[in-house]
Ligand binder design. Sequence first.
Ligand code: ADP
Ligand code: ZN
Ligand code: ZN
Length: 802
Amino acid sequence: MKIAKVIVDVPASSINQTFDYLIPDHFQQVITKGMRVIVPFGPRKIMGFVVELISESTHKGLKKIIDVLDLTPVLTDELLKLGKWLADQTLSLYITSYQAMLPQVLKSQYKKELVRLTEERLSDDLEMVFAGRDSIPYEELANRSIRYYHVQKAIQDGDVAVNYLVKSKITKKYVTMVQPAKETYLLEEALYDVAKNAKKQRELLGFFIEYPDPIEQPKLIRYLETTQPTIKKLIDRGLLASSKVEVFRNPYDDDAIAKTNALELTEQQQQAINPIKQKISQGQHDVFLLHGVTGSGKTEIYLQAIQDVIQNGEEAIVLVPEISLTPQMVHRFKGRFGSNVAVLHSALSSGEKYDEWRRIHRKEVQVVVGARSAIFAPFENIGIIIIDEEHENSYKQEDQPRYHARDVAIYRGEVHQCPVILGSATPTLESYARAQKGVYQLATLTKRTNDKGMPEVQIVDMRNELHAGNRTMFSRRLKEKMENCIAKNEQVVLLLNRRGYSTFVMCRDCGHVKECPHCDIALTFHKNSNQLKCHYCSYEEPMPMICPECNSDLIRYFGTGTQRVEEALTQLIPEARVIRMDVDTTRRKGAHEKLLKQFANREADILLGTQMIAKGLDFENVTLVGVLTADSMLHLPDFRASEKTFQLLTQVSGRAGRHELPGEVIVQTYTPDHYSIELASTYDYSQFYLTEMNTRKTFQYPPYVYLVLMTISHENQVKAVQTTQKIVQLLMNHVSNNTVVLGPTPSPITRVKDRYRYQCMIKYKHEPQLRKLIKKIIQQFDEDVRKDDLLITVDMQPYQLM
Ligand code: ADP
Ligand code: ZN
Ligand code: ZN
């Protein structure tokens, strides 16, 4: 094969295709599919992915590949196909789609070096390049007439390695290992010579007499509470030896995590896991929706299913929302499978992430636990894919490629013929509807494993507080409960249910919220024009001065920041120690964990925060959970607002009373009879599902229809509107009769960075040519996109409607 088809790193839709390049002789047999190469492109040299090898090209005058970036492919055949599918599904570029599958280190142009790992003689040409050095800049290879397959072979044999230099720091890390320098009996003899009062040295020797294996110095110091000078003394006496060894950074100390064993499953768990185990043993694909209340033992089911998969010699991918990927969560997997687990988490440094990725790439682990992008783990023998908290929005990428991890999971599950498990206490309507139709297999866990009921939820009507003269944001009941709780030395979690933009208008007297008469969506308040607008259908009306329901003049828009709540809280209960957790206090790396740890150590009485505190937390001493403003999510300009409210309230209620102490939940709201609040308080998912499905049917939202959201932005408002108008028209001319095209409408966040944003929404049931049509339409605006800074984004099945 003399020619490579390459997807080049030029993110432009006019370049979204493969280009043919000649493979020069010295790269013959070296270059394979899935490697990254450097190729000439116009006057530039750029990176590209080799996606296919061919022997003849229809093009003439092909240019040559300049360099090879990877000597082992970074993308498997399966991932190459997946990337193509992903790009087609999400209307993204192939290059963006491939980049999304790789760790950051591989995406950018980091400097590389070739490191020698062995003292033994390498091939002649390699010896010549190294010329006595331990490492050489990678570019030196290109300047020599070296045979790349010698390099490739040396990498495979573990004699040399390619190292990425991240931000001028070396990505590989070395650790000092300490070990005995003499046989055990000689150490025993030496013990007699060590002075009786040199207790620390004696302890150290005693340790190595018992455990003669090499051990990492920091660990040794920790275990024995000894010091480096003490170790050095024994090294100086020739009793111990130390050496530097390369380590893969493992951000979790596996040895410090207690081992756990499979628990005996409850009957419900057994019934849920059996069909999954069956699929694993038969090597068949199916999708299971595991609907289980919080604390019903879903994670134990995951663990035991993975156990089977490991025994089969296969691999497991577990997705967990970023926010729940806490040390607690990681420990549960490492506790069961030890160092057979890699963790991919955005809080890791890019070097750490790369190390974890490489452990997967080299098949050194069989389990990966990670956030969204872990779905692209380069395993080749997947036996199960699990998505925990499948309803979480973070599984949808809000950037190109705008994919949903669930779709990728099912795609890979089909390729690998393995089961996919979607777990949640509050499944998305989409998933639950599929389970109802039999597309997914439904398994239900209704009981908590500790046989405790769910905590009692009380709804407090905030309108009554106002009428009784209480103008604070804390109801009298909540205040009293908090004080009781603190007096008993127990802890409180307070949720300020707020998303970035709460722009709806509500009457504080009667709870009335202005909604669009056509869309069942709260109207958005636009400050500049003092107008209320529906951002789905562009209906608008002036901001009312008095409530149309009750004539009160207390109608205004809604929203309070966590900081203000904290101030009010310390005024209300001065003795309370409060930890505030929001984007401001958790911006710094590690801050999130630190605050949680402080709370777990009972250094505070109240944990106050936004949705980020609602999930995954498990504190023994929390007996009261308060939701300050259940409404602020309910009136987001989003057809999923009720669903999100139900999910959040259910999640947060699950935080209380997980352990011995019983828990209580107080939900403050101005709309106490809204079904999502009422039904969450009784944990009635089925009824919620039925009610919400009705609404979706009436107003034609998913899962009854599919959605596409197109957003058009430009500095010039008129241009943005006109372009959107044209796009709407073009769409209308070509879609089928029952497809609805809405717009142009200003986005709820209309102006971002001096650009005006307009949108158009498509609702359809069956429109097989839609992707093609949208692609074609976008192409018509290609010139404006390239020369006039027009931006058109397409989101197939959007979750973010802002
Ligand atoms: P979920 O993931 O559904 O919220 P978990 O898996 O966290 O539930 O389980 C809740 C608690 O119950 C955990 O402490 C877990 O160790 C325990 N648990 C799970 N399954 C069993 C079982 N079969 N027997 C005893 N305890 C169990
Ligand atoms: Zn009113
Ligand atoms: Zn509307």
